[in-house]
Ligand binder design. Structure first.
Ligand code: 7PM
Length: 277
């Protein structure tokens, strides 16, 4: 199962780790621009050494309640980081964005994969994604980050998320993005209650019916804290690793995580086991 990402390929017959790199000022600023770029690159390098085969570079905070960033701000944060990873590291680079301008600039800077929490719903996003020729991860979100956790509501969460992702796959195909270039993601924590998140995780294998690989991000999220007495971020690692293991056993091919070493080790155990099924 080779998944082509620009001029690289990923072997999705084994679960792959996508390391999260937040190119937001709160994560990588100690004043000077060079320092923050250096810090981002060394974090990326560490994650590659620990087993990440993809680095997901994001410049827009999609934290529940977050306010939107300007396009220029997003470009300024993300593009130099992509260029620097591209020139220094042997890894697949994904860009976490919803903006058509960012897709095109990221492709020019050397990105291999687009990751859109808005599933190419923004004006011009479908066309821009198609133009890059890069594969795309379509994520489900109910509402927008500012308000999505106010009152999530579904008829049947698994069915509703599946239908949405099916529709977005169809929209991609209409503009000429082929199904072998598409990944899907149920979007843990994006407009979902604790119950919704666990219902989705429990039924994750059902997304195989869409015939495209599944990517999952639950690292350090509130669905982990929510079953751990609202543990602080530092105390969510074991819970996050458990979630990644469950997702991989239910067929997820890419795990988007903060704690790369811990998750990679756990996924090797999953892989050794799954190879005997
Ligand atoms: C603050 C809180 C900052 C939460 C960022 C986040 C996903 C994603 C994110 C995901 C895909 C996070 C989120 N989550 N992309 N981007 N899937 N495809 O926890 O679950 O990292 S941002």
């Amino acid at each position: 199962m080779k998944f082509i990402c620009g001029d690289r390929s990923l072997d999705l017959s084994v679960p792959q780790v996508m390391g999260i790199l937040n190119a937001t000022p709160d994560s990588f600023s100690d004043g000077g621009k060079f320092n923050s770029l250096d810090n981002a690159l060394s974090h990326a390098r560490n994650m590659v050494e620990q087993g990440a085969s993809i680095i997901d570079v994001g410049g827009e905070s999609t934290r529940p309640g977050a306010s939107p960033v300007s396009l220029q701000q997003e470009l300024d944060r993300v593009i130099p980081v992509i260029e620097s990873i591209r020139s220094q590291l042997d890894v697949c680079i994904s860009v976490d964005s919803s903006s058509p301008e960012v897709f095109l600039a990221a492709k020019n800077a050397g990105a291999h994969l687009l990751n859109d929490v808005r599933a190419l719903k923004r004006e011009g996003a479908l066309q821009a994604a198609q133009q890059t020729g890069l594969p795309i991860c379509l994520m489900h979100m109910q509402g927008e980050p500012e308000t999505m956790q106010t009152k999530p509501s579904y008829q049947q969460v698994v069915h509703d998320v599946t239908t949405f992702l099916q529709e977005r796959i169809a929209a991609c195909r209409e503009v000429g993005i082929e199904s072998h270039q598409i990944l899907i993601d149920p979007g843990f924590g994006f407009g979902k209650t604790l119950e919704d998140n666990y219902a989705l995780l429990a039924k994750l294998e059902s997304f195989a019916a869409l015939h495209v690989p599944v990517l999952v991000g639950l690292s350090r999220k509130s669905m982990i804290a929510g079953v751990l007495n609202n543990a602080s971020v530092d105390n969510r690692i074991s819970g996050s690793v458990a979630g990644a293991v469950i997702a991989a056993m239910k067929g997820a091919k890419i795990l988007r995580v903060h704690d790369v070493k811990e998750t990679s080790d756990a996924l090797k155990v999953v892989q050794a086991t799954m190879a005997k099924l």
